[in-house]
Design a protein around this ligand. Structure first.
Ligand code: SF4
Ligand code: SF4
Length: 275
């Protein structure tokens, strides 16, 4: 059952890759076809920063682009269902997670024990929103998505993309420091990704409403066995002083905890009352 679940996750990430990254970028190409425009489609079109930049430059009417539509779609989904883009479709986060499985735990750093991701990721998100006002290229200079696209273009078209050293530095953080050498392999998602932070902020707002789907833990049936803690790639779940703690502010709704729980006391759905 767990294996089938993991296969479905990998299929989801592959779908995300073909949807968003050149030379495929099927999501952007479909959008352009519906709009009747001919544009080169790549991950840049999907960037959440672009509508802000258009507004800043006074090009308000130009701001309804594929990126503006995407930000609305992604944040609305997060409001109602959590960070589903991260947990189901984002290949950047998944690469770090799967790479980290190659190295035994004892060689990996559990960053979350030393530094809470929540203030850091919201700080990065604030910087991301300010970047169009500070200089549009700032966010692009540290973008992990560009590396995946450069690799994709090289593999499928044989073309080499020249990247700035800051992107290569980001890649080193993403794959090595926060990837293979980090417990769970999602240090990049936890500390550096503004897309994930924006979704968690939206879901935090959504969770004020009982109809919104969320992760819930029935404490009465929890054995505190730690199975969920071991599989959580974001270190969102921790057992602290004999109690299981969950922080929705950096959960990617990947459902690995729910699948691993022997008593099925972790559920996902509308609010059930006291849990
Ligand atoms: S896996 Fe289930 S029973 Fe075990 S600690 Fe997590 S929630 Fe509790
Ligand atoms: S708490 Fe569960 S759903 Fe959230 S990131 Fe961890 S394993 Fe995934």
């Amino acid at each position: 059952m767990v294996k089938l679940f993991q296969i479905k996750r990998i299929i989801g990430y592959m779908i995300g890759f073909f949807l968003f990254y050149a030379p495929f970028a099927l999501y952007q190409k479909t959008f352009y076809a519906l709009m009747g425009v001919t544009e080169y489609a790549d991950i840049h079109d999907f960037c959440l920063r672009i509508p802000l930049e258009h507004i800043w430059q006074g090009r308000i009417f130009q701001s309804f682009t594929v990126s503006a539509f995407s930000i609305l779609l992604c944040l609305s989904a997060a409001f109602f269902f959590g960070a589903v883009f991260c947990g189901r479709l984002c290949i950047v986060g998944s690469i770090g997670e799967y790479l980290s499985r190659l190295l035994p735990d004892r060689f990996q750093i559990d960053w979350v024990r030393y530094l809470s991701p929540v203030p850091v990721r919201y700080g990065i998100l604030t910087g991301f929103f300010l970047s169009p006002f500070l200089g549009g290229y700032l966010a692009c200079a540290y973008c992990g998505y560009r590396l995946v696209e450069a690799a994709s273009i090289y593999i499928f078209l044989g073309e080499v993309t020249i990247l700035p050293s800051s992107v290569l530095f980001t890649g080193m953080l993403w794959l090595l420091v926060f990837g293979i050498f980090t417990k769970g392999g999602r240090g990049f998602c936890n500390y550096m990704c503004p897309v994930g932070a924006a979704q968690n902020a939206m879901h935090w707002l959504g969770c004020r409403f009982s109809f919104v789907w969320r992760i819930q833990i029935d404490a009465a049936h929890c054995l505190q066995c730690g199975q969920c803690v071991r599989v959580c790639p974001m270190q969102t779940l921790q057992i602290d002083q004999g109690e299981l703690r969950y922080d929705s502010q950096h959960c990617i709704t990947c459902m690995q905890c729910r699948e691993a729980c022997p008593t099925k006391c972790i559920t996902y759905g509308p609010e059930k009352g006291k849990v």
